[in-house]
Design a protein around this ligand. Structure first.
Ligand SMILES: [Cu+2]
Length: 163
């Protein structure tokens, strides 16, 4: 009776262990030996898990190019010059590739200026002597008028070309 149960138990172990510990040399007798190999595959699983997490960290590059609105393809510096009442954007001619995302760093020399492109909905104010930046994706090819609102009549104008 007891022997029959033991045999049944051993047979069950014999069925389960090849599945759990495939390839392991599991002694078919005694459940103490049969149970021991089980924690080995269990401890191998956490080791297998980090390599699975590692490829998940890899596609950060793909995420970078995906979020085109947040990260700029390049940075362009534009000076807002006003020395000796000579009001100019430096440079006043800006050319971008269609679809390019650009961070434009704007630096006022002495006075309050604006970087305004009405047709693109761009209107950035720059406090006197300060810097600010705007990131913009130029989706549509064309030529756009750039103005500084306070100094447009004084010739502080430029052109943005998207091609
Ligand atoms: Cu200005």
């Amino acid at each position: 009776m007891l022997l029959k149960k033991l045999v049944l138990f051993v047979v069950l172990i014999g069925i389960v262990t090849p599945v759990v510990a495939c390839g392991e040399n599991v002694p078919p007798k005694g459940n103490h030996d049969a149970v021991k190999p089980a924690p080995v595959p269990a401890s191998q699983q956490p080791v297998t898990a980090p390599p699975v997490a590692a490829p998940t960290t890899g596609p950060i590059v793909a995420t970078k190019s995906g979020s085109s609105g947040a990260l700029a393809d390049r940075v362009v510096s534009v000076g807002l010059q006003d020395e000796s009442a000579n009001y100019v954007f430096d440079p006043g001619q800006l050319t971008f590739a269609k679809g390019e995302t650009v961070t434009i760093e704007l630096t006022s020399q002495n006075e309050f200026h604006s970087f305004t492109v009405d047709s693109l909905g761009l209107d950035v104010e720059v406090e006197a002597g300060e810097s600010t930046s705007v990131t913009y994706t130029f989706d549509t090819a064309g030529t756009y008028d750039l103005i500084c609102i306070p100094h447009e009549s004084l010739g502080m104008v430029g052109t943005i070309t998207v091609q």
